[in-house]
Design a protein around this ligand. Sequence first.
Ligand code: SAM
Length: 255
Amino acid sequence: MSEQLPPTVTEIDRLNRTTFDALASEYNDSMRLTTANFHDLSRGFFERHVYDAADQDFALLDLGAGTGFVSSLLSHAKGLVLAIDISFQMLVHALVPDNIQRHKICGSAFALPLGNATVGRIVSSLASSFLRAEALKEVSRVLRPEGLFIFSMPSKAWTDTIRGLGDLEKTTFVSRAGFSSVAFSFTYTQNEMSQLLDKYEFDVLESTVSRGISLRNYDRSVSPTLVEAAKQNRLPLDEMPILELYACRKRVGGG
Ligand SMILES: C[S@@+](CC[C@H](N)C(=O)[O-])C[C@H]1O[C@@H](n2cnc3c(N)ncnc32)[C@H](O)[C@@H]1O
């Protein structure tokens, strides 16, 4: 039996671009409930880690910007805001506040079109589409020493459950019209994530697991996918790990 080779970054980008281009017109919180639940759980965390952007001149990068969830939290940023995404269509639909100096760039986290040590902070919501060694190496390269990398990732506990016997590195999106499309999605245990971050010279300043109970704080239904994952794990939804949030600092002298 031949062993399957891991996907190359070119293959990953090709599939993700196609899928997110197709989803772009409906990638918003009113049409995608699971994403809306993730956004609710992470908004406060991201705001807390970018609140000082008004006092800083550094460039800020929204990586895997999609339709602009993080960029929309940056209307107070003083420095340049860059929104980078592999999907041109996601950027076309991205709402980026008008009052900030911003640029949308179609490009890949695996080969960032930026110079070494040029960015002060990289913020990435739902980074799982490209959360691999190749991207962490690039994030580390473009960040200034002591720059921050702030990101969220769906918890591996529920992604593995819901992906079941299928491909654990892919997620399925169903469009409003009922068409399914898949994208790569890399999730990690906390231990695996810590090792990966350490390898690429990041110190973890804060890591948090958001569980189902936190969804009670928002006036929104809970995605049936999350409810189903809790059921399959024989856990009350309140205890189900849903989203992981990380704030890391590039080590001085690192990368
Ligand atoms: C799950 S969506 C999250 C979008 C947005 N950050 C949010 O929270 O709504 C992942 C985004 O990453 C983008 N993406 C996938 N692979 C990428 C890569 N290699 N480089 C940059 N963006 C990528 C996708 O096109 C998509 O917009």
